[in-house]
Design a protein around this ligand. Structure first.
Ligand code: SAH
Length: 497
């Protein structure tokens, strides 16, 4: 059986610009063949078993030549695989998508094309430049500035100058001077507005807005490089007025997220929406204990407990998975009451259509324990991390509450993986979010011994997390309450200071 190849346009960088059809294709892919500049988030959509083939091209040298890429697609499809060819921007706009389909068509391999959001349109849009505008431009010309090594540019400058619309040049930075000279020689005015936008739609997007006479010089001075889009035409002058991306409150800020990968999503995407450059640096992973005789014993006698108190959404997940594996479901809980330490734990219960009977007003273990002490008439079950806070059992003991502390998952630290982080720490103040004391321990443990932590600013979800930071000499700011929205609010506040 032959497979199929789907050519998918991944968009110019912002992972949110992947088309829905492209997302569906990635989720079903068995093989993905992808380019440089593809957002890592997009590869996370792949099934874990999918084969990933990186054919990324560095400027001026091609690690995997085009003919070989074409062959890989053919070979994998002939093996019967569902292949996705993930390409930057739109696959057919200066993307050699046509060449890739040629060989497939010759061999009667079925294929589909998912058009993408091209950088030619999206990058100007993220820089506040509408490529047409009734008052300024009624046509758009998209031109490649790429020329074979040693040969002159193949651009009809006269035609562009006469047409009078907006010109967008891709792959043009290294030929910028020749492009500007060509347009001027063809009669365009030196005052014609023009812009260069580097790494458009990405957190590190930079731009300069100038005019045709000064564009090349200013681009050199600002040290802008490929990938960049060049826009020539009156619409470029609107850039500063319509800029929205550079105005995002966290634009230009780098924020390190230390949550476990599986749980980082909400914080990560919220910070990105606010313009931050988010560095994923997972410092802990939670591993459920699948063999757990103590938990099974407690579940078998669950009606013996007055309360089950959860201190994390991971605890909720493992608890109900274990119940399910025993052939039971939430009805087994009967009249047992449920406590959640805070809103995200309560949400994990809600996802199972269960309400928390109690959630403390301050979302920490101490307030949880004190609240339980006031309410309970019998023993409390604590399904939680093996490395959970000692405060919870201590306070319950002090209050004379009987409880069973059941470790249901282990917290593992990935160990040293600091290569991506050390340059950031060396560069200056580094903002690191911490959502639990264990993320702090994982963070410190991931760094080589003796790393200077004085320039880390720990953005902490609560006081216990901050206390762990203080133990390692990390300066902190603490969220108003222990929730992800409050942590984001804190980051916005610190950014505004
Ligand atoms: N098929 C792609 C273009 C491939 S050619 C598309 O439709 O977008 C590669 C050129 O695209 C780069 O040299 C640059 O000019 C432009 N480009 C791609 N991504 C970009 C980005 N994020 N910011 C600026 N330019 C980008």
């Amino acid at each position: 059986m032959t497979g199929k190849v789907t050519l998918v346009g991944a968009g110019p960088g912002d992972p949110g610009l992947l088309p829905r059809k492209g997302e569906a294709a990635l989720r079903a892919a068995e093989v993905v063949v992808y380019d440089r500049l593809i957002a890592p988030e997009l590869l996370e959509l792949l099934p874990p078993t999918a084969e990933r083939i990186d054919v990324g091209k560095e400027a001026d040298h091609h690690p995997v030549p085009q003919w070989r890429i074409n062959e890989i697609l053919l070979e994998k499809a002939q093996e019967g695989k569902n292949v996705v060819r993930l390409k930057g921007g739109d696959p057919f706009l200066f993307g050699r998508g046509g060449e890739e389909l040629d060989l497939l068509a010759q061999h009667h391999i079925p294929f589909e094309v998912v058009p993408g959001v091209t950088s030619a349109l999206a990058v100007p849009a993220y820089a506040g430049i509408p490529v047409t505008h009734r008052d300024y431009a009624s046509s758009l010309h998209i031109v490649t500035g790429h020329a074979k090594a040693g040969s002159p540019l193949q651009i009809n400058f006269r035609a562009l100058a006469e047409a009078g619309g907006t010109c967008v040049f891709l792959m043009g930075v290294s030929a910028l001077e020749r492009i500007c000279d060509g347009l001027l020689a063809a009669g365009m005015a030196t005052e014609t507005s023009a812009a260069v936008v580097e790494r458009g739609t990405l957190p590190g997007q930079r731009k300069i807005v100038s005019n045709l006479g000064h564009l090349a010089e200013e681009t050199r001075r600002a040290d802008l490089h490929s990938p960049a889009v060049i826009v020539v035409g009156e619409v470029a002058a609107l850039s500063d007025r319509f800029d929205w991306f550079d105005m995002l409150p966290l634009k230009g800020r780098t924020v390190v997220v230390t949550r476990p990968k599986r749980r980082a999503g909400a914080l990560r995407s919220r910070l990105r929406e606010l313009g931050a450059d988010v560095v994923d640096y997972p410092c802990i992973e939670t591993v459920p204990r699948l063999e757990n005789p103590l938990l099974e014993q407690c579940l078998a006698q669950i009606s013996h407990y007055d309360w089950v108190a959860f201190t994390s959404s991971a605890g909720v997940e493992v608890f109900f998975d274990a119940l399910w594996r025993l052939g039971l479901d939430s009805r087994a809980l009967g009249g047992v009451k449920l406590a959640a330490i805070g809103p995200s734990t309560a949400q994990a219960l809600e996802a199972r259509h269960l309400r928390a009977d109690f959630m403390p007003t301050v979302y920490d273990t101490e307030h949880l324990a004190l609240g339980l002490a006031q309410r309970t008439n019998g023993p409390v079950l604590l399904p939680r991390a093996a490395l959970g806070s000692p405060i919870l059992p201590r306070v319950l003991e002090e209050q004379g509450v009987a409880f069973t502390d059941v470790p249901v998952y282990d917290t593992v630290f990935p160990g040293e993986h600091a290569d991506a982080l050390l340059p950031l720490l060396a560069a200056g103040e580094t903002w690191v979010t911490f959502t639990s004391a264990s993320t702090v321990r994982g963070f410190v443990g991931s760094l080589p011994e003796g790393t200077d932590l004085s320039r880390v600013l720990g953005l902490c979800i609560g006081p216990q997390t901050a206390a762990e930071c203080a133990r390692h000499g990390i300066r902190t700011r603490v969220a108003r309450e222990a929730t992800v929205p409050a942590l984001v609010e804190l980051i916005l506040k610190v950014a505004g200071e």
